[in-house]
Structures are given as C-alpha cells and as structure tokens.
Design a protein around this ligand. Structure first.
Ligand SMILES: Cc1cc2nc3c(=O)[nH]c(=O)nc-3n(C[C@H](O)[C@H](O)[C@H](O)COP(=O)(O)OP(=O)(O)OC[C@H]3O[C@@H](n4cnc5c(N)ncnc54)[C@H](O)[C@@H]3O)c2cc1C
Ligand code: FES
Ligand code: FES
Length: 493
C-alpha cells in the first residue's frame, strides 16, 4: 500500500494526538505499522525536517571514505549527486546512520582515454558526459544515453557512479554499461576488484557491491569497428522510459559482420544477441507505478528478472549486496548533529549552525527568510524549488544545506531590483506566463541560468522548461514569454 505524502502527514499528526493515550510499546508498534519514524512531539518548536537524523561525514580522500565504509558498513550511505538518495531520505525510505559526502573527494571525477579503454571516474556528472567532446567522438552512446536522464537541472548533479550503484531498473546508464561490456572498479580496505557490469547488477535496486566498497571508476572497452546506439520509449523526454534499448553492431567495411556472443552466466540461459551486443531494460508491471522489474541483456548476458517487486528490494546476506533503501537505526533515536555553514545567498554572506539534515530549500525559507523559493514535491520532480548554485540551476530540495557550504546561491529574490522587473519577468507578465505563481520562481531561475549560459532557445523551451511542472497556467504563455525575451535580449539581465 502506498500512502500519499499528505496522508502520511495526516497520520503523523494523528499519532501525535493519540500518543498520550498509548503506551510506549503500542506507540512504537503504530510507528512501525505506518512505516513512519517521526520526531518527538516537541519538534513543532523547531524547523520541520524531512530527512531522518543522521551523522554527516565529509571526507576528502578515497582512503578516508574506505575507512568510514569499513567502520560503518551497512549503516552508511554514500552521497554522490544526491538525486536519488535525497528523495529517499525526504520520504524516509532510507534511514542511514551516517551519510558520507563524496562531493569533496578528489580523484573521482576524471575521464581517461587510452587506446583500448575509456575509464570514467564514478564522480563524473552526467552533464559532463554529455558535453565532453572527446567522449562524444569515441563513445557517443554514453552522451546520448545521459541526455535521456531526467532534465538538465538533475543531470547537473547526477553522477555516473550514483546512477549505476542505485541500479534503478528503468535507468539508462546501467543498460548501456551492460550492453557495452563495461567493468566496474570497486575499492575497499581489503583491496580492489573489477567486475563485469552484467555481474554487478543483481536485482531491482540491488547490486553485488559490498557495503564496504566504493565504486571508483567504470571502464568501457573500445572495440574496433563496434558501434553502439541507445534509444528508448518514454511518455516525454526526461521521464523514466517504458522501454530502453542499447544495441551494438560490429561493422567492418560498411558491412555488419554479426558479432560475438558471450557465454552463459551461473548456468542461466544466455539471451541471443544480434550483432555484437544488446541491452534492453524494460520496466514491467503497471505504467510508472510499483511492481516494476527489469529485464537486462548485455552482449549475451543472462536475463535476470525478479518475479515480483513490492516496493522494498529483497535483502541479501548482510554486506553481500547493496541497496539505497536501508532501514537501519538512523532517525529519532539519534542526537542531532549540527554544522556551521557559510553560504553567499544573493550576494550576502550568511553563516549559521544548521542540523546536517537540513535541506537547502528549508534553510533558504526558514533560516534566511527567503520564501520566494517554493517547495512542492521534495522529490526533484516539480522544479518549484530550483535555485542557482554557483550559476548552475539545481533543485534545492535535493541538496543538503551543508553541501552548499562555501558556495554561491541565487534565489528568485535576487532577480528583483526595487520595483523594476527584469526582462524575463516582464515578458512573463505580458504573455500571461503565470496564474497562481507557485511554479514561477523555479522557472525564473532555470531560464535565468540558461540565458546567462547562452543556451539555444529550443533547449530552454523544451528540455529546461520540461523540468518544471506548472499546474494552472499551461505552457503556451511561458513559452511565449521565453521567445519574447530571447528575441528582445538573448540574456536575462
Ligand atoms: C526528477 C528526477 C527524474 C529522474 N529521472 C531519471 C531518468 O529518467 N533516468 C535515470 O536513470 N535516472 C533518473 N533519475 C535519477 C537520477 O539520475 C539520480 O541522480 C541517479 O539515479 C543517482 O545518481 P546520484 O549521483 O544522484 O547518486 P545518489 O543519489 O547520491 O546515490 C544513489 C545511490 O548510489 C550510491 N552511490 C553513489 N555513488 C557511489 C559510489 N561511488 N560508490 C558506491 N555507491 C555509490 C549511494 O550510496 C546511493 O545509495 C531522476 C531523478 C529525479 C530526481
Ligand atoms: S520541491 Fe523541489 S522539485 Fe519539487
Ligand atoms: S502558475 Fe500556477 S502552477 Fe504554474
């Protein structure tokens, strides 16, 4: 059974009402039943926190990360781009005791090209994969598949390591990794190991990575004459696909010479691959809903299709497999860890001690009083909370305030100077680009960021606007405002 967020909030408040009437034991049982881990009742005096309590570590070297993983194992979650982990934390599906931030770790964001391989560091962001000219020439399938992942505001944060380790059955990059015969380089305190992508993905949201291991890089082979292509069917560009296909052909002198087929694995039937390599991922079950599973075939690798997925991935022997959906001890029993942050918000340096689980959106609204940044879904979907961080549009609901430490944040308030409206805001009014205005601050920030970078208007009208949900205006007015502004100036300021 899936409860809507609103329902959960209602239940949460009902639990507080009934708490005085219930014994501790019964109350604990009710909490387990509703699968909620709520804060003590006095939380009403404090700012509302969505993620559960956790301790936050910010290592700077791979060695430190490995030490932390060895010490905390299953109780720790690695935070890469945060675009999957943060929604899980916000919904409290994931409750790690410790969050290890990979954002400051050096040596994870390099791309190395040799004659035989392309080695992509786990920390490389999808936006970088899309834009790297060398990679586009050597392995264009990576850039193409990355361009299907969500919207630019999400791709600016998502890392290749994160999307592979999250192992979402609908994700694009795992399919490409399997089809191209990529190898995953894992490191732990006990040593390094490399596994084929086909052996890395174990099940829905499950990998064979051990909980003390860090994915450091992904190695893609460069096979002479091999050409790969990725395509998918989705409701609209940027949505998780219904079906995705990655196929590789060995072409010699303009003739497809078929290709090799890889051996069976663990005694399972290898799927026939036409040409040299093929990867299909196909969410099964209800459209876009629960009950999805995947079928993944790569270069003749075996099909692994879990029969049923009820929302919670299967648990393996401790430490042998990994998933982001961890129901460990983190939460209301822990003490609140705080950290000093210094963020330049709209040109003003703001220092504060914040609980480490504070979202940037909440810090801006509650800590800085900048309520122009709106909060809707808190899962990265609606785009209302979009702000510019170091000039890059991103979701403030999917970023911890501690991660913005030392960075520059611009909110919608920065676009107003006195009573004067900047160009795009004026165009929005002239073209009736808003009604209730709930989605508007996010759209203004995304379009501002795009205009400053000189993005082509087609990208802004399509992909960038596609990353925002407007429920009441309709997009024609907003598109007309974008067109007017681009015609007038080409830049927002
Ligand atoms: C609105 C929205 C739409 C999306 N649409 C798509 C889509 O169409 N297609 C798609 O593929 N994805 C989509 N995503 C998911 C997005 O691409 C995620 O960012 C991605 O799945 C996870 O990458 P991340 O870097 O953000 O990882 P995080 O969220 O930081 O981490 C995800 C998991 O991987 C683990 N992890 C991360 N890095 C490492 C590492 N180096 N070693 C070991 N473990 C690690 C973490 O512990 C965590 O369990 C969407 C997300 C949102 C919010
Ligand atoms: S509130 Fe952040 S994307 Fe919806
Ligand atoms: S103007 Fe109302 S949601 Fe977009």
């Amino acid at each position: 059974m899936v409860w809507s967020k609103q329902k959960c909030r209602t239940l949460e408040s009902q639990q507080f009402q009934f708490r005085p009437l219930l014994s501790e034991r019964v109350y604990a049982k009710v909490q387990t039943l509703w699968n909620l881990q709520v804060d003590p009742p006095d939380h009403k005096k404090e700012p509302v926190m969505k993620p559960p309590r956790f301790d936050y570590e910010r290592p700077t070297t791979i060695g430190e990360v490995l030490r932390l993983l060895a010490a905390h194992g299953d109780d720790a979650s690695l935070l890469a781009g945060g675009q999957s982990l943060l929604p899980l934390l916000n919904m409290r599906f994931a409750r790690p005791e410790v969050v290890i931030d990979l954002g400051h770790v050096t040596g994870l964001d390099t791309i190395e090209v040799t004659q035989k391989t392309v080695v992509v560091g786990a920390g490389v962001r999808l936006a970088q994969l899309e834009r790297d000219p060398e990679l586009a020439a050597i392995l264009p399938v990576l850039a193409r598949a990355a361009s299907f992942v969500a919207h630019p505001q999400i791709r600016s944060r998502t890392t290749i390591g994160g999307t592979l380790c999250h192992a979402d059955p609908s994700a694009e990059l795992p399919c490409v990794a399997v089809a191209t015969g990529a190898r995953m380089h894992l490191r732990s305190e006990s040593g390094d190991r490399a596994i084929d992508a086909g052996d890395f993905f174990d099940s829905v949201f499950m990998t064979t990575k051990r909980s003390d291991e860090l994915l450091v890089a992904v190695e893609f082979p460069r096979l002479p004459g091999m050409t790969y292509r990725y395509d998918e069917v989705a409701r609209r560009h940027g949505d998780f696909p219904f079906v995705g296909l990655c196929i590789g052909l060995a072409v010699d002198g303009g003739v497809c010479n078929g290709g090799q087929r890889r051996s069976r694995r663990r005694g399972r039937q290898a799927a026939p691959a036409r040409g040299a390599g093929a990867g299909v991922h196909r969410p099964l079950g209800r459209r876009g809903g629960r009950g999805r599973s995947t079928c993944s075939v790569g270069r003749g690798h075996s099909v692994r299709r879990p029969t049923r997925f009820s929302g919670v991935p299967p648990r393996g022997p401790a430490g042998s497999r990994t998933t982001a959906f961890r129901r460990v001890q983190g939460g209301s029993g822990m003490t609140e860890q705080t950290r000093a942050v210094r963020i330049t918000v709209n040109g003003v340096d703001r220092e504060a001690d914040v609980p480490v689980r504070t979202l940037l959106s909440d810090h801006l609204r509650q800590g800085c009083g900048l309520t122009g940044t709106h909060v809707g879904c808190e899962q990265g979907v609606c785009g209302a909370c979009t702000v510019l961080v170091d000039g890059e549009a991103m979701r403030s609901c999917l970023m911890l305030a501690v991660r913005a430490d030392g960075r520059t944040v611009e909110t919608v308030e920065s676009l107003a100077s006195g009573d004067e409206l900047n160009g795009f805001r004026a165009a929005m009014i002239e073209q009736h680009g808003l009604q209730c205005g709930f989605c508007t601050p996010g759209i203004l920030m995304s379009v501002t960021g795009a205009a400053r970078k000189g993005c082509p208007i087609e990208d802004v009208e399509g992909e960038i606007l596609g990353g925002h949900v407007c429920r009441c205006t309709g997009y024609n007015g907003i598109r007309a405002a974008i067109r007017q502004h681009w015609e007038e100036k080409g830049t927002v300021r």
